[in-house]
Write a protein that binds this ligand. Structure first.
Ligand code: ATP
Length: 857
């Protein structure tokens, strides 16, 4: 049994120490992890059995059993073996797809700050137990049902639980514990978001015991299907019906011609089994989820699978400046200190401000901890005065209150005891400070200096202060920010990340427009945007206030020319996304704060920051940048394009092969030829050529020009760009060659059926090598540059040779050993398709070159 403290004194004691690690471990064993139970998953065995549920497979098994009863059992057995092998392949593919999705889900698990053994530490939210003391901060998702014991101004967005989107106020209550109630003010619930304030709470319920757990069944949703998966499913259904119809026709015509019905049934059903692309959906899931796993290794964590696909369609990337384009390593490069009477004789007022209006803490090991802007201020002060003076100032003027920094106000104020009076210090953006000065005498000079510094790419902060007789009540603190005296300016630089310039160039050649959105001054923003290559002559810089003045029509006209938005508040980001989307642009948008969530959600790809991002932004995002780096977005886009290309390649491959099988069987009787293949041959070709090489195509490296072509319109058909045509003509060619072989071999008195079987198998292997690239000829690509593919081809070749020459396989597959002329003829025919597809690429390249030199055509 887990007992929780229930008096005020016990709770107060627990807040400072938390549980011990050993006790937490014991409780975890007792109540289990703090996770929601997922819908019962299929066991691997069930997944395997599912492979036989297919209607056509059932018919095939029944037909082969009947054939066995009235004819030869060896055929039945080998068909059953192939069907089982097929099922194993299907099973492996689905199992891998599921595992890859699970691994992805694991990576996006949340963390919580918990107090244990008297220390604050970060733990997996799944390891929380009742009795844990946790720290709740704005931006976080609440990991369990808790009672708030301490905290001020805590507001919660409980819409995930109640549907009510207006944040509700919460109040701390430490007298005793009460069981969690959705209507009570002191309880915070798992799965809801904290939008404001800071507090400490005790975990009361975890996992399925939470309010969220109770409705979890309603919320169970599978991973969303990507547009491509949905389209492929639809397409799969249509094509299956078509194939069934064709098989029915083959069966009907065969009967009319007087063929043996059972044999005919076996052929038609085998063909249906082989030609229906049942493996495609699983292959697409594997390609997408393995791709996502690869991206995670490159610091881009995909939260929603459809993002992998939409990455290739992005036309605009709207990115934060600080930390994403720049290093977030600020250094003060100059300052200006106004001459006025010092508040603390011997010290400059600006120096006092640098030390005091600052949330930097000195860590246990003496290291300074804090946000980059403020760290820079402290480091500058220490450089000028030395560490002891810094510590002395801190000690002399203890902080008694604060109005924290807020990117809407662009101001931060702190209040300090100075004798029996109160020292007020404000810092913030120059315009914000100028608004609250008592005397406006030097305004022009301050503005001019700030502008000049900003134009040099510096972040400028202004400082001001005053002394009050006493501290007003908390409710009036916001009014303190007035009648101040100007103290000085600070200019600091934050150098761009090294790799960003190149990444921006890459974006531009790939038809993607990068846009900077920042809270900084327009001049600072423009200079940095110019330096990294975002801003070019002719582009526009727009500030938040100008944006507010602009009508939607006006904004829409200019939006594609604006590459820098400065002094923007988070709520304006949503408008930027909307207007860009109205112009049919596909927008990737970065964000890290609570207020960024709506714009992240609305954009095609919302990108949260792994390092500095809040839980709210991460939850809303489609992708998380683990290293907060702009270059990672571009790398992810490149990867997304590669994955999509490869999906197209294996669709191209599988559909062409299936088409060839259909054409061969359908056309033979019309050409006066006997049925070219036996059911085992069809099933075998389907087994070895469909799955393995197709899967290996997903490993193909990116095409050389992948970032030199424009983004893919998302509504574009999968079969655009000549894919449909390729499937048609190569399928017909492959069938033509096979049928020609049959005709010629019969005329020569050769072992025609074995030759037909071999030519079809070889043609498909040649085809897979040719479709590895849409443009580059194989000799340029390198035959051995895709190891899994080359291994699968060699394996298949060896098997085919064994089938032709090993007497045991001859019996099983009804094949005959080919003599040298027959083998040479088969290999020669088998290579035709490869050369034809390479020729197609050659023609395409010549045409492209012509178009480039003569763009009017
Ligand atoms: P970006 O959007 O490029 O990441 P940012 O989010 O860092 O920029 P904000 O943090 O909103 O931008 O800062 C906006 C402005 O507020 C800055 O230009 C600066 O003038 C002021 N400012 C930033 N940090 C502080 C702070 N700690 N105290 C007071 N003012 C600040």
């Amino acid at each position: 049994m887990i007992s929780l403290p229930n008096s005020k004194s016990e709770l107060e004691a627990l807040i400072s120490t938390g549980l011990t690690e050993t006790e937490a471990k014991r409780r975890l064993e007792e109540v289990g992890p703090n996770t929601l139970k997922e819908k019962k998953k299929k066991t691997p065995f069930q997944l395997f059995l599912d492979q036989f549920k297919d209607f056509m497979i059932t018919i095939l098994i029944s037909a082969s059993l009947i054939a066995g009863i009235i004819g030869e059992w060896s055929d039945t057995i080998i068909i059953l073996v192939i069907v089982i092998l097929n099922a194993i392949m299907g099973f492996i593919q689905e199992y891998r797809a599921e595992k890859a999705l699970e691994a992805l889900k694991k990576m996006s698990e949340t963390h919580t700050r918990v107090i244990r053994d008297g220390k604050t530490q970060i733990t997996h939210s799944s390891e929380l137990v009742p009795g844990d003391i946790i720290i709740c901060e704005a931006g976080n998702m609440i990991p369990a049902d808790i009672q708030l014991l301490e905290g001020t101004a805590v507001k919660m967005d409980e819409s995930s639980l109640t549907g009510e989107s207006v944040p509700v106020d919460k109040k701390a209550f430490i007298e005793k514990l009460e069981s969690p109630d959705i209507n009570s003010e002191q309880h915070l619930f798992k799965g809801t978001f904290q939008t404001n304030g800071r507090g400490v709470g005790i975990v009361l319920k975890t996992g399925m015991e939470t309010q969220f757990g109770k409705i979890a069944d309603l919320l169970q949703e599978g991973s969303p299907e990507t547009p491509l998966q949905v389209r492929m499913k639809k397409f799969g259904k249509t094509i299956s019906l078509l194939i069934l119809l064709i098989c029915l026709i083959i069966f009907g015509l065969g009967i009319l011609r007087g063929e043996e019905p059972l044999q005919l049934l076996m052929i038609s059903v085998s063909l249906a089994v082989a030609a229906i692309p049942e493996a495609l959906p699983a292959l697409i899931t594997i390609a997408l989820s393995l791709g996502a796993a690869r991206m995670a290794k490159k610091e881009a964590l995909i939260r929603k699978l459809p993002a992998v696909e939409s990455l290739g369609s992005i036309t605009f990337i709207c990115t934060d400046k600080t930390g994403t384009l720049t290093k977030n390593q600020m250094t003060v490069v100059r300052h200006f200190s106004e001459e006025n009477e010092s508040v603390y004789p011997g010290y400059d007022n600006l120096h006092l401000a640098l030390a005091l209006n600052n949330d930097v803490k000195v860590g246990k090991d003496g290291k300074l901890l804090g946000e980059a802007t403020e760290l820079a201020l402290t480091q500058h002060l220490i450089k000028e005065l030395g560490e002891s003076s810094y510590l002395e100032i801190l000690k002399t003027f203890p902080r008694i209150g604060e109005v924290p920094f807020d990117s809407d106000r662009k101001l931060m104020s702190t209040f300090h005891q100075i004798g029996d009076q109160v020292l007020v210090i404000c810092k913030g953006a120059t315009e914000s400070i100028l608004d609250i000065l008592k005397e406006k005498k030097n305004v022009q000079k301050i503005k001019k200096d700030s502008q000049e510094w900003a134009e040099a790419g510096e972040r400028v902060l202004a400082f001001a202060g005053k002394v009050l007789d006493q501290l007003p009540p908390k409710s009036e603190w916001d009014k303190i920010e007035s009648d101040l005296t100007f103290w000085g300016l600070i200019g600091m630089i934050d150098p761009p990340r090294e790799e960003v310039k190149e990444a921006i160039q890459e974006c531009k050649t790939a038809g993607i427009q990068p846009v900077m959105i920042t809270g900084d001054h327009p001049a600072t923003a423009k200079t940095i945007a110019k330096e990294v290559g975002i801003f070019e002559e002719g582009d526009l810089v727009v500030s938040g206030s100008e944006l507010r003045e602009m009508t939607d029509e006006d904004f829409a006209k200019k939006v594609e020319k604006i590459t820098v938005y400065a002094r923007v508040s988070p709520d304006q980001k949503l408008r930027i996304v909307r207007i860009l989307q109205q112009q049919n642009q596909f927008v990737a948008m970065t964000g890290d704060g609570v207020n960024d969530a709506p714009s992240l959600r609305a954009s095609t790809i919302g990108i949260a920051m792994g390092g500095t991002g809040t839980d709210v932004s991460k939850e809303a995002a489609h992708m998380i940048l683990l290293d907060d780096n702009f270059a990672t977005i571009v790398r992810a886009i490149r990867e997304g394009r590669r994955i999509f290309d490869n999906i197209r390649k294996f669709i191209k491959y599988i559909m062409t092969c299936n088409g060839a099988e259909i054409w061969t069987i359908t056309m033979a009787p019309f050409l006066g030829l006997p049925i070219p293949l036996l059911p085992i041959h069809i099933l075998w070709i389907n087994l070895v050529t469909d799955g393995i090489p197709a899967l290996a195509l997903a490993k193909e490296k990116a095409e050389k020009n992948i970032m030199q072509r424009p983004p893919r319109p998302p509504q574009q058909s999968l079969f655009a760009d000549g894919l449909g045509l390729h499937i048609l003509w190569v399928g017909i060619l492959m069938a033509g060659i096979t049928l020609f072989t049959q005709y010629w071999a019969i005329r020569q008195g050769w072992h025609w059926q074995t030759m037909v079987f071999t030519v079809l198998a070889f043609s498909q292997l040649g085809h897979v090598m040719a479709v590895r690239s849409d443009r580059s000829p194989l000799f340029k690509l390198g035959i051995f540059t895709n190891t899994p593919l080359i291994l699968s081809i060699i394996g298949t070749l060896i098997l085919q040779i064994l089938i032709i020459y090993l007497p045991f396989f001859n019996r099983v597959f009804h094949t005959e050993a080919l003599n040298l002329p027959e083998l040479i003829f088969s290999v020669g025919m088998g290579l035709v398709v490869f050369h034809a597809v390479e020729f197609e690429k050659w023609i395409k390249n010549i045409r492209k070159k012509k178009n480039q030199t003569n763009p009017t055509h």
